[in-house]
Design a protein around this ligand. Sequence first.
Ligand code: HEM
Ligand code: HEM
Length: 152
Amino acid sequence: MLATLPFSLNFAHPLAEWGLLAVGGWALYLGIKAKKTRTGTPEQRKELVPKKFAQRHYLWGSILLAVMTLGTLGGMAVTYLNNGKLFVGPHLLVGLTMTGMIAVAASLSPLMQRGNLIARKAHVGLNMGMLTLFLWQAVSGMEIVNKIWTNR
Ligand code: HEM
Ligand code: HEM
């Protein structure tokens, strides 16, 4: 059963994750603009408010949350189907940690919308940490791609 899986399935997760890294950068940009909209001078605010950065950030953040959750489960599914087990290594553990971090950060949305400062700081801290781990995850992920390619 294991041998019947198409080889190309191994590349679905890596490709999706590279796309997701770009989405993460876009969500970061929109978040910074949302902050500028909130804290800028009256003239800056007048120009920024119509661009609805906070709403767009919320939308792209939600997409990031959903696809990252599915990407983690998908990566684990493909690994399990290929090997009949999971490898409890750095890529798995960091991936699970990232998904936990973004989930908790997203759960702070109602508090942030009420203007809670601690929720805002925690949200930004968690997600900045999560994006930093993402860069590392891309490196360890490409090492796995390399291994799969060499052992094909
Ligand atoms: C790449 C990941 C993310 C980064 C770097 C990020 C960063 C930020 C930043 C810098 C702010 C502005 C804070 C301020 O105004 O002081 C913000 C606000 C916010 N973020 Fe995120 N965020 C991310 C993901 C998410 C996700 C996954 C969600 C929810 C699904 C989300 C929902 C929100 C909401 C609701 C606000 C408040 C907007 C407002 O002022 O009304 N963010 N985020
Ligand atoms: C560009 C970035 C990434 C690349 C190139 C990559 C690559 C890979 C590859 C090749 C596998 C093995 C799948 C197979 O056996 O065919 C894998 C597994 C996995 N990936 Fe990624 N990945 C990346 C980012 C991420 C991210 C951001 C997360 C989570 C937030 C994640 C979570 C996982 C998990 C949980 C597994 C299963 C690991 C195991 O059980 O050993 N990956 N990844």
